[in-house]
Every structure is written in C-alpha cells, then in structure tokens.
Design a protein around this ligand. Structure first.
Ligand SMILES: C[S@@+](CC[C@H](N)C(=O)[O-])C[C@H]1O[C@@H](n2cnc3c(N)ncnc32)[C@H](O)[C@@H]1O
Length: 369
C-alpha cells in the first residue's frame, strides 16, 4: 500500500485533531531550537540571499509549522542585524500529502501576519507563504531553487508498507501491526530495507532541489537500543490483537495490516547519508522525551502533578490524532473509541513499571558541492 493517498493526521481543530494534540511535538521543537538556529544561520551566512526560500516538509495541520517559520525568521533577523545586513525577504513553502488539512493552517495566517508586523515592524523583510501538496518522496521544487529544508516527524513515515512482509502469500507479522519482540527477524529486515530505500531517495531529491551550500534540518523518531522494540505502534497492535481474541476485530484484518512507519537507529541513518553521498552530516543528536512529554517536569509557575491515567490519556490522544485515519481505513471507525480506551489502559499499566521514552533523531546537514 502506497502511503501518499491514504496518510494524513486528524484534521480540523476538534478534540481528536492533530492541531489540538501536537504539544508533544512542539516540546521537541523547543528543544531542537538551538540546532535549527545554528543550521539556518550557517546557510544564511554562506549565501546571503535576497529572498530566503525555505520549505517545511510534512507540515501537517497544527500550528507547529508556523512556530518553525517564526523561529527561522527570528534567527535570520538576529543574524542580519548583527552583520548590519538588510534582512532578506522570506518565501516559505508548507508541504504535506494531498489528504492533509491545509485549510486549518491557512486560517491561522491572517493572525500570524498581524503578529509578525506588530513584533518586527514593516522594516523587516516580507514573508510569503504557500502550500505545496505532494509526497516528499517525489520532486516538489525546481532544481537548485531552495536554500533550506526543515522537516519534523515526517521521515519515520515510509513511502509504502514494506515489501517482504509476506511469505508464500501468508503474513509474516501475524497479530502485529509493527515490529515487536515477537516479530520474526525478516520483519525488522523488511522495515529496515524500506527505510533505506526511502531515505536514500529523499536525500537525492532534496539535494537536486537545494542550491549549492543549502542546508537541511530533519527531526524524526528513531531508536537507540537496537533490541528495544517497545513502541506505541507495537502497543496499538497488541491492543488490536486483544480485540481479535474477543471477536471485536476480524483476525485477517489485523494480519493483513502493517503500519508504514519505521524508527531507525542513528547508525543506520549515518550509513545511508554516507552511502548516498549528497550531504555532509554536520550534527546528529538524540533528544529523549517521555511518551508523556515529561508532563511532570515542572515549568516553574505551572507546577501540576499528573497521575498515570492523565499521562496515558495524553499519549492515547496524540497517537489517535496521528494514526486514526490510517487505522479507520483498515478497521472501520466504529472501533476507534474502544481501541484508544484499551490502548490508554495498557499505557497506564506500563507507566507503573517503566519510563517510556521517545528517541528523537535530530540531523543537521549541508549539501555537498
Ligand atoms: C506528526 S506530523 C508532524 C507535523 C509537523 N511537522 C509537526 O512537527 O508538528 C507528520 C506529517 O508528515 C506528513 N507526511 C508523512 N509522509 C509524508 C510524505 N511522504 N510527504 C509529505 N508529508 C508526509 C504526514 O501527513 C503528517 O502530516
């Protein structure tokens, strides 16, 4: 199954929307900020363009994409001020798949522009924003036309469900939707190979679109311990398996479904970048954050204590916002409330015994000559 026609996050601004449930992603973007500033300023110093052309790939339908636009403009503003340069104009392209709810972002633009003018004044370079629908596993921009790419939480989504997940017509990953401890080794290999193919293609396409000395900052989910396979999607699979045992979900539906998603190790990523050859990896870091976004990490005047049920609800909400459209296509909408309630209860049990962490890989790269 190709991802580009079916994948999207929950649109709109309702309770289960991505827009309402993207605060964990925002928290990681805050942590990523110094690396983003360093990368975009390096590109600006090298190129000093009159109009800086930037794309956010996999922008989705929440406000995080405009947060990134602001961060980049602030960094360039400060850099141009310190060099006594006239700030550039900006052209931002917001990209996602065709099923994305672009309108929810576009509706935020009038307020965004008003705030920009109030904060920066008319002297600051103009900012133009456009939507670009399409898969980042295809060409999106003309050759040698872009200065910088940003992409957060996109590249762990594969272009398709990996090939090689069946043997003699039978599913290899029976009872699961993702790689788990009980998956045969061929399943992990199939996911690794699909990621390698996709990420290599992604790098080649972006290098064709970037100007010389252009840069790219990517952040996506990875894993550090190669044998640690406990993941939210693994847990969704286990929950569906329980529902099969109780006759709520049909077994063939579960057995024939695999999620087009993969979390590579930093070493896998480094090897693909080296082998593909278009980019120099300036920096790679792992930013760890609890599945619950470390909710009890006090933010000084906002000290609140969350119990495991509240944390599990938070986790279930963002998982639902990201996965519901794909899961609904296979299992129907009628089971979604039940599925995510059961998923939440599983997470409560796990939180009692384990610290659950996402490993976010942050990669800063520059295009080779
Ligand atoms: C979890 S959201 C992240 C949104 C936003 N970047 C953020 O940080 O909050 C991931 C987005 O990547 C998009 N995506 C996944 N595969 C894609 C592809 N091949 N091309 C373009 N967008 C893709 C999804 O549709 C989704 O909107």
């Amino acid at each position: 199954m190709a991802t580009d026609q079916v994948l999207h996050m929950n649109g709109g601004v309702g309770e289960t929307s991505y827009a309402k449930n993207c605060s964990i992603h925002r928290k990681v973007l805050f942590k990523e900020k110094p690396i983003l500033e360093g990368s975009v300023i390096r590109v600006y110093h090298n190129l000093v363009p009159k109009c800086l052309k930037v794309a956010d790939l996999g922008c989705s339908s929440g406000s995080n994409t405009l947060f990134i636009v602001s961060e980049i403009m602030d960094a360039i503003h400060a850099a141009s001020f310190s060099l006594n340069y006239q700030p550039p104009e900006f052209q931002f392209f917001l990209n996602d798949l065709v099923g994305n709810d672009f309108n929810t972002i576009f509706k935020l633009l009038p307020d965004f522009f008003k705030k920009l003018e109030m904060e920066k004044g008319k002297k600051f370079g103009s900012c133009f924003i456009a939507g670009v629908p399409g898969s980042f596993y295809r060409r999106l921009f003309p050759s040698n036309s872009m200065h910088f790419f940003h992409s957060s939480f996109g590249q762990h989504w594969l272009s398709q469900v990996p090939k090689g997940l069946t043997s003699g017509g039978l599913p290899l990953n029976k009872g699961n939707i993702y790689v788990t401890e009980s998956s045969p080794p061929a399943v992990l290999r199939a996911y690794q190979e699909q990621f390698q193919e996709d990420f290599k293609l992604f790098l080649r396409l972006r290098s064709e679109e970037l100007v010389r000395d252009g840069g790219m900052l990517l952040i996506f989910l990875g894993r550090v311990e190669t044998n640690e396979l406990l993941s939210p999607f693994g847990l969704v699979g286990m929950t569906l398996h329980d529902m099969v045992l109780e006759g709520i979900v049909e077994e063939p539906k579960l057995d024939s479904f695999d999620i087009p998603f993969y979390t590579p190790t930093p070493e896998e990523v480094r090897q693909i970048i080296d082998a593909e050859g278009s980019f120099t990896l300036q920096r790679i870091e792992v930013l760890k954050i609890g599945w619950d976004a470390d909710m009890n990490e006090s933010e000084e005047d906002n000290i609140e204590v969350f119990d495991n049920k509240m944390r599990a609800k938070f986790i279930a909400n963002y998982m639902r916002a990201c996965a519901e459209p794909l899961l609904t296509k296979q299992f129907g909408s009628a089971i979604m409330d039940e599925l995510f309630l059961r998923f939440m209860n599983k997470v409560v049990q796990l939180l009692e015994v384990k610290r659950l962490e996402h490993n976010n890989l942050v990669l800063s790269m520059t295009k080779n000559l």
